[in-house]
Design a protein around this ligand. Structure first.
Ligand SMILES: [Zn+2]
Length: 233
């Protein structure tokens, strides 16, 4: 009889202990899962903000930061994106052109919208001539050119000789009034990924353009938003 009772007690204790161990394991599994999902959520949130806290959104493969379309060496456009300069951009340009003309300055668009395929041809031509490393400093890879966005264009002579012309100087200090920025400012090569281009304008709207104009000391879009411009390879 006593033997039977002892055996029953051992079985009872065994079952209790087993149950306890099982529950403990499954609880810690649940907690671990919870921790992982929290971690994932945090990472996603971080990825949606720039280093300066601006919101990054990707819609149909196009990146917007604080609702401003971004194209640089980090953020590209889909192959089929774009079909000409946006009307808002052309309207703003025509106002700027008319005001410049009143001062006897002649500004005109030499290169506006460039489709993915056209950029591919341009880029490949430069790579064949100067090599990839050199080409990357002045020509965008297909999909990474702002000319595909419909928000950018080159003015007049597309080289540094434009900088010190009367037109070049006027554009540098007045384009922000029409919503344009000098997209690749002087001395900001490390931020933008491109050499200074006095002739390449980008439309961002008057408010942001005024901030980036920065009383004449042009700030880059990259520095303003806290983003990079670097190819992955
Ligand atoms: Zn350009």
């Amino acid at each position: 009889m006593i033997k039977k009772i002892i055996i029953l007690i051992i079985i009872f204790v065994g079952v209790i202990l087993g149950t306890y161990l099982y529950l403990d394991k499954s609880t810690s599994k649940k907690e671990a899962a919870k921790k992982t999902s929290q971690k994932t959520t945090e990472v996603v949130n971080e990825a949606n903000k720039t280093s300066k806290g601006y919101t990054i959104q990707v819609k149909d493969g196009v990146t917007y930061i604080d609702d401003v379309l971004i194209v640089n060496k980090t953020y590209s456009l889909p192959e089929d994106y774009g079909n000409g300069l946006e009307k808002e951009v052309l309207d703003a340009f025509n106002l700027m052109k008319a005001d410049a003309a009143a001062l006897n300055l002649n500004i005109y668009i030499s290169s506006g919208f460039r489709a993915f395929k056209a950029q591919e041809n341009v880029y490949n031509k430069y790579v064949a001539r100067d090599g990839k490393e050199a080409a990357d400093t002045y020509s965008a890879r297909p999909g990474f050119s702002e000319h595909q966005s419909g928000l950018s264009f080159d003015l007049n002579t597309i080289n540094s000789s434009f900088t010190n012309t009367a037109e070049g100087k006027w554009v540098d200090s007045h384009c922000y009034l029409y919503g344009f920025i000098i997209r690749f400012p002087e001395g900001k090569e490390k931020e933008t990924g491109y050499k200074y281009e006095s002739w390449h304008l980008r439309y961002v709207g008057k408010d942001l353009a005024k901030k980036l104009y920065n009383e004449g000391d042009w700030q880059s879009l990259e520095n303003y938003f806290g983003i990079e411009s670097k190819y992955l390879d």
